[in-house]
Unconditional design. Sequence first.
Length: 480
Amino acid sequence: MATMSMTHAQGAGLGRHLWLVVGFVLLVGAAAGGYALAMQEVEALYVGLAGAAAIAVLLDYRIGAVLLVALLPVSATSIFPRGLMGITGLNPINLLLAATLVAYLAKGRLEHPGALLPRPLVLLYMLPIVAAGVMGTMHVDDIHPGFYEQLVINYTNWSGYLRDTVIKPLLTVLAAALVGAAVAKARKPEPFVLALAVGACLLALVMLGFILASGVRLGWLASARARAFFDQIGTHANELGRVFVTAYALLLFAWWETKTEKAKVALFAALGVLSLCIVLTFSRNAFLGFFLVNGLFLIWRFNAKKLGLALLGTAVAVALAPEAVYRRLTYGFDTGSADAVSAGRIEHIWLPLVPDALQSPLWGQGLDSILWSHAMTSGSVLFVGHPHNAYLQAILDMGVIGLALMVAYYWTVWRGFRALGSNAYLSPLMRGFFQGACAALVAFAVSGLTGGSLRPQPENVLLWIAIGIMYGLLARRPAS
């Protein structure tokens, strides 16, 4: 009885504190919103909401982890400021990340650092990135001047280079690690999947709202001239496509496996929105990933019912797809040239960069070495800041050694996804989620042939969230 009374008292006390925090958050948010409306300063609203959220996170770092999952997909768009109060880097996501980390450390959770950053993640993934970043600091002065003139890069010295190429990308890894720590201590991991779905749908709404507000025609959006259309919201059509394909893969298998009716309806609605957004990116890379994920779904889950649904869905999609989709899918086919189909990648990007890759084939020349490559300074390659091939980028920047280490790391991720995808102790929804993570990882590997990066980028943030959830669930297993 005494134990029950003490537990009840602690629960009541915690409940009172939670209500105090919620009330404070609402008060600060309302005050910031009122000031923002009165002074026409949206920044004040961000400051107020970020501060209130940070205080709530200090109560329980798991709140911050859930918010990170929901907000990271949209954090790369222009609706999130890059700085507040004139301070670059002081943005809502960084504030939330810092508050979550402080709350995590305040709980004394760093007694076993390997639980937050597993050894394969540090040695196979983070170490090559940091080493290549340090190597690249010696070449900052050799960067082609055009990248400064056209504001492609936002730094002029080695410290800014390290900030943009090493520190900022690895913050995504830190966020994934904190998500994993929160999942390890959460009663159920399913809310993190819900938060991921919410984040993906938020990004979809931003994209759809922008398209509607711009009033562009579908035919123009599908043209080659519109590839940079989404630059106005801080992203690119191919990047959006990769995010949506990853989200689609994660939620497709979860939708099929879950036994809860409400979850099925909600996930089906999310899949519909994501499918529409994949089409509207008119990214052939995204189309390939979409077809690949659905193909893997049929192969791994093949039966007569699924095949019938797939054929029905394909027939409906073919009947309803506008002509612009077919034009985009067959872009360059009429020329009979592989270079035209690749949008100039083969002859104007990949082949000119081969000699640079052979200059230092073992350890590369530093992160984003295309900026100072001989092909770039001599003008033999298109003026681009990315090789448009994740594997070529890795060889240029980190050499064969770095590429091998990163591939080895993703192999450990694949094994983790596979193990959890068949774990009988997980709920059907979570098993489906990790089966979808396997499909998303395959799509990620294939899409890297024409773009993307093996390093952390906004376009693969959902894959990193899935990796974080994986680490959290693996940490929950009892020691053998």
